[in-house]
Design a protein around this ligand. Structure first.
Ligand SMILES: [Zn+2]
Length: 323
C-alpha cells in the first residue's frame, strides 16, 4: 500500500462501526500471528531435499507464505514442513496459540475453544505436535540414578475395534502392577533432573536391562525399590545397584541412595494426566514426552520451543538442556 492510500485507510478507520472494528482487529491479529509463525518456521533452512537428500536446490516461488524449493536432481518441490508431522496442517496462524495450550496442558476441548478449531482438529494437532517430542529423550544419565516402574491402565480409547469387552463404569480396574490391563512404564531420573521413560510390554529384566545399559552411564549407581525385574536388569546391564527395602521401612541408604525423586516425578505425571481421564495406550508415548518436555524446559518453555521440537529441529535434547 502506498503512503497516500495508507493515510486514507487510517483516516477511514474512524468510520468503522464497533463490529467492523472488532473484525478488523482480529484480522490484523491473524496476519500478525501468521507472520510470526512463518518467521519461526523459516528459522529452519532447507539444506537438503527431503525426497532424495540432494543438496542441489533452487528456490521455487512460495506457497501459503512459505518459501518453496525445487530439487535440481529429483525435481520435486517442498518446503520447510515437508516430511515433518506438521506438513499440510492448516491454519498456521493458530499454531503458536495451540502450542501455548500444550504448555498449559489444556484438554482437547479447551484447546479447541481457545484456537477456534474443532475438536477433531485439536486432537489431530495435539498428536502431530507431540510426535517428535516423544522421541526427545536424554541419555548418559549420571551419578545417582533412580528407576521405578509405574503403571497406566490399558486403554483403547478412540479405537473402532476393541480387542476385549468394554469395562463397565464404576468397576475398579485391576490392582497396580497386576493383570494384563496395565501398561508398565519404566521411569529413570538422575539427580540433575534428566528424566526418561519407556513404555514396556512387560516389566521384566529382559526388557529393562538393555534400556538401562543404553541410557545410564556405566559408572552411575542405580537405585530401585529392589523389585525382581529391576534387580535383574541392573545385574544384566552391569550397573552398580542399591536396592531399597521399602516394605521393611528402609527408604534411604547411606543418606543418599533413595528413589524419592523418581517417585515424585511419577506422581506429578499421574496427577497431570488425570485431566485427560485416561489416555489411549497407543498415544501414551506422546503424553509421556509431553510431560517430560514440560518438566525439562520448565520456565523456558515457549510456543516456539514446542514448534521447533515438533519439526524435529532440536538436534539433540542435550543441546537444548545446555541453553
Ligand atoms: Zn530431491
Amino acid at each position: 500500500m502506498n503512503k497516500e492510500a495508507y493515510r486514507e485507510w487510517l483516516r477511514n478507520m474512524e468510520l468503522l462501526t464497533r463490529h467492523q472494528r472488532k473484525v478488523a482487529i482480529s484480522q490484523l491479529n491473524a496476519v500478525n500471528s501468521h507472520n510470526a509463525i512463518i518467521e519461526e518456521l523459516e528459522k529452519n533452512n532447507c539444506h537438503t531435499c527431503p525426497h532424495c537428500q540432494s543438496e542441489r536446490l533452487g528456490r521455487w516461488g512460495s506457497q501459503s507464505g512459505l518459501q518453496r524449493f525445487r530439487c535440481l536432481d529429483c525435481r520435486k518441490c517442498f518446503n520447510v514442513l515437508t516430511g515433518t508431522p506438521l506438513a499440510r496442517l492448516r491454519h498456521k496462524e493458530r499454531w503458536l496459540d495451540y502450542n501455548q495450550s500444550l504448555i498449559e496442558g489444556l484438554t482437547v476441548r479447551k484447546a479447541a475453544e481457545r484456537c477456534r478449531v474443532d475438536k477433531t482438529t485439536s486432537f489431530r494437532w495435539r498428536h502431530r505436535f507431540l510426535t517428535n517430542m516423544a522421541d526427545l529423550k536424554p541419555t548418559g544419565l549420571t551419578g545417582i540414578v533412580e528407576a521405578d516402574e509405574t503403571y497406566f491402565a490399558q486403554s483403547f480409547k478412540g479405537s473402532r475395534q476393541m480387542p476385549r469387552p468394554p469395562h463397565r463404569r464404576g468397576h475398579a480396574s485391576h490392582q497396580r502392577g497386576t493383570g494384563d490391563n496395565q501398561v508398565p512404564v519404566l521411569v529413570i531420573r538422575d539427580r540433575h533432573g534428566a528424566t526418561t521413560d519407556f513404555k514396556l510390554t512387560a516389566a521384566t529384566q529382559v526388557e529393562e536391562a538393555p534400556i538401562i545399559a543404553q541410557v545410564i552411564a556405566s559408572d552411575a549407581v542405580l537405585c530401585t525399590d529392589g523389585c525382581a525385574s529391576l534387580r535383574g536388569a541392573a545385574r544384566l546391564s552391569g550397573i552398580a545397584h542399591r536396592a531399597l527395602n521399602q516394605s521393611a521401612g528402609i527408604r534411604v541408604l547411606a543418606g543418599v541412595y533413595h528413589i524419592q525423586n523418581v517417585n515424585a516425578y511419577d506422581s506429578r505425571l499421574k496427577n497431570w494426566m488425570m485431566r485427560f481421564h485416561g489416555v489411549a495406550t497407543k498415544y501414551l508415548n506422546n503424553y509421556l514426552g509431553w510431560r517430560r518436555g514440560i518438566e525439562r524446559w520448565g520456565q523456558q518453555i515457549t510456543p516456539s520451543v514446542i514448534l521447533q521440537a515438533a519439526m524435529g529441529s532440536l538436534g539433540s535434547f542435550q543441546l537444548l538442556m545446555q541453553t
